[in-house]
Design a protein around this ligand. Structure first.
Ligand SMILES: *[C@@H]1O[C@H](CO)[C@@H](O)[C@H](O)[C@H]1NC(C)=O
Ligand SMILES: *[C@@H]1O[C@H](CO)[C@@H](O)[C@H](O)[C@H]1NC(C)=O
Ligand SMILES: *[C@@H]1O[C@H](CO)[C@@H](O)[C@H](O)[C@H]1NC(C)=O
Ligand SMILES: *[C@@H]1O[C@H](CO)[C@@H](O)[C@H](O)[C@H]1NC(C)=O
Ligand SMILES: *[C@@H]1O[C@H](CO)[C@@H](O)[C@H](O)[C@H]1NC(C)=O
Ligand SMILES: *[C@@H]1O[C@H](CO)[C@@H](O)[C@H](O)[C@H]1NC(C)=O
Ligand SMILES: *[C@@H]1O[C@H](CO)[C@@H](O)[C@H](O)[C@H]1NC(C)=O
Ligand SMILES: *[C@@H]1O[C@H](CO)[C@@H](O)[C@H](O)[C@H]1NC(C)=O
Ligand SMILES: *[C@@H]1O[C@H](CO)[C@@H](O)[C@H](O)[C@H]1NC(C)=O
Ligand SMILES: *[C@@H]1O[C@H](CO)[C@@H](O)[C@H](O)[C@H]1NC(C)=O
Ligand SMILES: *[C@@H]1O[C@H](CO)[C@@H](O)[C@H](O)[C@H]1NC(C)=O
Ligand SMILES: *[C@@H]1O[C@H](CO)[C@@H](O)[C@H](O)[C@H]1NC(C)=O
Length: 708
């Protein structure tokens, strides 16, 4: 799928021009970005357990992400998803990477390796004879990366949208560039590893230029045109400056916080670094789709919708309206030509589905917030209705997912329910009967909820959980502990988190959920419980810390979410708590710092507590949302006492998209160190409430409970 050329300078360059200066953005926010946050895990020098991020030269949503590829001697600790590792041996520089993904690495294609010699013991057919340690420290800035190889070569590089520039400075007169067209990032023994299929390379101009391709492509001519248009000078700094300008103008300057206060320095770095990572993926491949020609935008590297549908993609709605519209159109176009929207997609290929069909949630969120543009919503609805759900054979006839018929039945049960809620949201106007059908199905998680299932070894004991149910209708509660999920992967009851935690994940109907948990007091103590140390074996859903808003105890949401953010997000190489999930973690932090948390698939946001005294956000390319935090002190004065929206007193701890996020305006928070139940208005809505779960009548109904 590559159709770009690398611009290579084979000799050390000495063009004496200074770098250009930005005229588009007044402030160079890029200086606050630390592109290495997430490059390391808990073991110093090892990427293992870190953010799996890409480090190198790239522009927002660019096709090309130029960076080094590495080899880790200890394969157990080999995490090369982004190509880069802090201390791995350098195997070359390549043009395409992912950032923040799990699973086997992808891309690492269109490769080069600079060499100082090609005679024995170096064998250019054996990478282990030429891969290189590094000396000194790498340099990473927005749009720029450089490293020193042990053999004396310095690599400096930058990336444009479809092309890149790499400079090699050699220590002596012998200079070679090895082009290994068969190179890609390996995943040792993983059945989902990439494979080399074939390639072609042609040398031109006495070896000064080459053209070729790794899988499929549009044309070498198009690649040359990109290179000629995007990289007009042999000075790497010019491409760096162009990238910095683009990042400042199109990304960083859209959220403006006060820059003068030294005590805010770390938070400023966390904000702009998070914005940077949030814009590395997905990739805008418009005009680069080798599979079909439709005139619609083309996007790849949704890796995965499962991770990014909540905070990441919905942030693009506000900050990047035209890119966002392109993504939605591309998702719909993928349905049109391939039959399904992706849950994860990379390399022009719809990958595995981890639970529900989360492109449904992405489209529903865009729809309920009124996105129109050139989106064909008739097609959009058809794309959502064509549910890519793998266990409809249970979900429709039984009315739930059975533990003997469907793997990860409990996590999929709440995910399918939300997908059906998404369908309900989009169907309401044009297809009201379908809408009711899907609202009924959105309640089917209730059929996986035995009211007498209990927690094990907790104080107090909690009653009512998602629990395994056999296809014959009987709940299997023998030895069931909702706080455990064994390996918590593909064959467990729930995927990557325990049933205890998934039992909180019904964002469209908290009203029923709170009733099922025994009312507000029991709901609150169950939430309190999971934030106590060592009660949570697995991950929390992104929204769980904010659920106190649903019982009008917003101060506890603020307390819990700030504690988590402060514990896990720092300005250092080990600065995100594990794989960033294509920046889902970074976008969670941005929401946390803005003090407004979206409940996606509904046009509503929860009010929390901002981390800056004044924030101006350019939204929808035309309006400004201003967020003011009076009396903020991040070390102690951050509890809300009252809120005003557009100058009016506001008694609810949530607001609607149209209140401030279309035409802009102002949200003012009045803060102090006092924990206060300041909100007196309605709790956030539960629009899925009222759906009646279908249950195959031949099976026993679940127990009923008395509700509050
Ligand atoms: C080194 O080359 C071998 C043979 O082509 C290949 O299988 C392996 O994946 C390469 N290793 C790295 C880290 O690129
Ligand atoms: C690789 O790393 C693992 C985990 O730290 C360790 O147990 C193992 O001993 C290491 N292997 C080698 C060969 O160093
Ligand atoms: C890289 O450095 C390590 C540690 O100094 C050394 O053990 C190893 O042999 C070096 N590898 C290569 C290929 O130079
Ligand atoms: C590399 O960075 C570390 C940590 O910032 C620093 O202590 C060290 O001096 C640096 N090394 C070189 C050669 O600059
Ligand atoms: C590129 O910029 C760096 C500093 O950012 C400077 O040291 C270097 O001389 C510049 N190179 C050229 C060729 O302009
Ligand atoms: C936000 O915009 C207002 C109105 O233009 C301005 O007074 C204020 O200084 C801005 N604050 C920041 C942090 O940009
Ligand atoms: C919108 O999509 C529908 C359904 O796929 C299709 O029939 C219709 O022609 C499309 N409209 C336009 C303007 O492309
Ligand atoms: C109830 O479940 C059985 C067994 O799966 C199935 O044959 C039957 O069609 C279902 N009934 C309805 C109304 O869905
Ligand atoms: C939704 O469920 C209710 C109660 O079971 C039922 O009366 C209604 O027909 C269902 N609606 C649809 C469209 O399936
Ligand atoms: C839960 O209720 C069901 C149905 O009433 C019953 O068969 C089962 O024994 C109960 N299980 C427990 C653990 O109480
Ligand atoms: C019920 O659950 C237990 C514990 O997980 C398991 O060992 C048993 O096989 C299950 N029974 C059925 C019929 O699936
Ligand atoms: C939590 O677990 C960790 C690791 O097992 C242990 O070191 C720590 O003391 C525990 N904390 C509490 C409060 O039990």
């Amino acid at each position: 799928m590559l159709d770009f050329l690398v611009v290579v300078s084979l000799i050390a360059l000495a063009i004496g021009q200074g770098s250009g200066h930005s005229s588009l953005a007044n402030v160079d926010y890029s200086q606050y970005v630390n592109p290495l946050i997430g490059s390391e895990g808990p073991m110093p020098g090892q990427a293992f357990g870190g953010g799996d991020i890409f480090v190198g030269g790239a522009v927002p949503f660019g096709v090309v992400k130029v960076g080094i590829d590495t080899y880790e001697t200890n394969l157990t600790l080999s995490t090369i998803n982004g190509g880069y590792t802090p201390q791995g041996l350098v195997t070359g520089v390549s043009m395409m990477h992912e950032s923040g993904t799990g699973g086997p690495p992808k891309y690492g294609i269109v490769h080069q390796m600079p060499l100082t010699a090609i005679e024995s013991p170096i064998n250019i057919l054996d990478n282990s004879t030429y891969w290189q340690n590094r000396s000194g420290n790498d340099t990473a800035r927005v749009g720029y990366f450089s490293t020193n190889l042990a053999n004396g070569i310095t690599i400096s590089l930058s990336g444009a949208r479809h092309s890149g520039i790499i400079q090699y400075d050699y220590p002596s007169n012998e200079k070679h560039v090895l082009v290994d067209v068969s190179h890609y990032l390996p995943a040792y023994g993983d059945p989902d590893s990439q494979e080399f299929l074939g390639c072609e390379i042609e040398l031109q101009d006495d070896g000064k230029q080459y053209t070729g391709y790794g899988i499929s492509f549009i044309s070498a001519q198009k690649a040359c045109d990109y290179k000629d248009n995007e990289i007009t000078s042999w000075n790497v700094n010019h491409t760096v400056q162009a990238a910095v300008d683009e990042w400042n103008t199109d990304v960083f300057s859209k959220i403006r916080v006060p820059l003068g206060n030294a005590e805010d320095e770390t938070n400023i770095i966390l904000m702009y670094s998070s914005l940077y990572f949030v814009h590395l993926m997905p990739s805008d491949r418009t005009g680069e789709n080798p599979l079909w020609e439709s005139g619609e935008p083309s996007w790849d590297d949704f890796y995965t919708c499962w991770d990014v549908f909540r905070n990441t993609v919905s942030l693009y709605h506000l900050l990047q309206p035209s890119y966002y519209e392109g993504m939605i159109r591309a998702l719909i176009d993928t349905w049109r030509y391939e039959g399904y929207m992706p849950d994860g997609r990379s390399g022009n290929y719809n990958g595995l589905t981890q639970g529900g069909s989360n492109a449904d949630n992405i489209l529903a969120d865009a729809y309920v917030k009124g996105l129109k543009g050139n989106i064909n919503w008739t097609a959009g609805y058809q794309a959502i209705v064509k549910e890519g759900l793998g266990a409809l054979y249970d979900w429709i006839p039984l009315g739930y997912l059975s533990s003997d018929g469907s793997a990860i039945s409990l996590s999929r049960s709440v995910e399918y329910a939300l997908n059906d809620f998404s369908l309900y949201q989009v169907a309401q106007v044009g297809a009201p009967v379908d809408a009711q059908k899907h609202r009924n199905r959105s309640a089917q998680w209730q059929n996986n909820w035995p009211h007498n299932a209990t927690s094990v070894d907790t104080t107090p004991i909690f009653t009512g959980f998602l629990a395994p149910r056999l296809a014959n209708g009987v709940f299997n509660l023998s030895n069931y502990n909702p706080a455990l999920c064994s390996e918590c992967e593909w064959s467990a009851f729930s995927y990557e988190a325990t049933p205890f935690e998934y039992s909180f994940v019904v964002p469209h109907d908290l009203e029923t959920l709170i009733n099922f948990m025994g009312g507000t007091a029991n709901f609150e103590s169950r939430l309190d419980y999971i934030f106590m140390p060592n009660t949570s074996q697995q991950n929390l859903d992104f929204a769980t810390p904010y659920l106190y808003n649903y019982i009008n105890k917003q101060y506890k949401s603020v307390e819990r979410s700030r504690a988590l953010a402060n514990q896990y997000f720092v300005d250092s190489d080990y600065g995100v708590p594990g794989n960033s999930d294509a920046s889902a973690l970074n976008s969670w932090l941005i929401r946390q710092m803005l003090g407004i948390y979206p409940i996606v698939t509904q046009p509503i946001y929860l009010l929390e507590s901002p981390w800056f005294s004044d924030i101006n956000m350019t939204i929808n390319d035309k309006a400004t949302l201003r967020i003011i935090a009076h009396n903020l002190d991040n070390s102690n004065s951050f509890y809300v006492q009252s809120v005003q929206i557009n100058g009016q007193p506001w008694d609810k701890n949530w607001f609607e998209h149209t209140d401030v996020l279309v035409d802009g305006d102002t949200i003012e928070f009045y803060l102090s160190s006092k924990q206060t139940m300041w909100e007196t208005g309605e709790v956030p809505p539960s629009p899925g409430h009222g759906g009646k779960p279908n249950l195959n009548g031949t099976y026993p109904m679940p127990d009923t409970i008395s509700v509050r």
